[in-house]
Design a protein around this ligand. Sequence first.
Ligand code: FES
Length: 172
Amino acid sequence: MKPEAQKATISVPDLPQEGYEALDKFIAASAGDESALISVLHKAQSIFGYLPREVQLYVGRKLNVSGAKVFGVVSFYSYFTTNPVGKHVINLCTGTACYVKGIEPVFDKFKELLAVDNGETTPDGLFTLKDIRCVGACGLAPVVVIGDKVFGHVTVDDVEGIIEQYRKADQQ
Ligand code: FES
């Protein structure tokens, strides 16, 4: 086999080309090497919403950084996600105060009604469930955060209403 035929091409069929163009612009304005890796990954996640393997390889190639190094950075920082996230990320605080005040049954109710597990996204792409650490609102425990809205003293009975509130807002 000719060496040319072995060259790996990076196929990115599912992600918008404009996203790559925006990322290229950002990279061109950066140092363009390993020192820019984290900021470029941040930018890539803000563009695509997550960092699939293809994007990680793309960034590595552009910055001349090995795929292994990029994967290492992405898995080290919890901020980075390699799974697509929904339009609304439902963050459930599992810090001590929220745990003691009953976040667990609330979490279970979200899982049941949305039929997804922690870290997963509903098939319609509307919701992602995610556990988070203390957000500093322990007086309101148990706490659920969606976007910039904080729901305090959440009970199992509140869960359906919270979900419906976002579903309805989305249909308008
Ligand atoms: S433990 Fe949940 S807000 Fe502090």
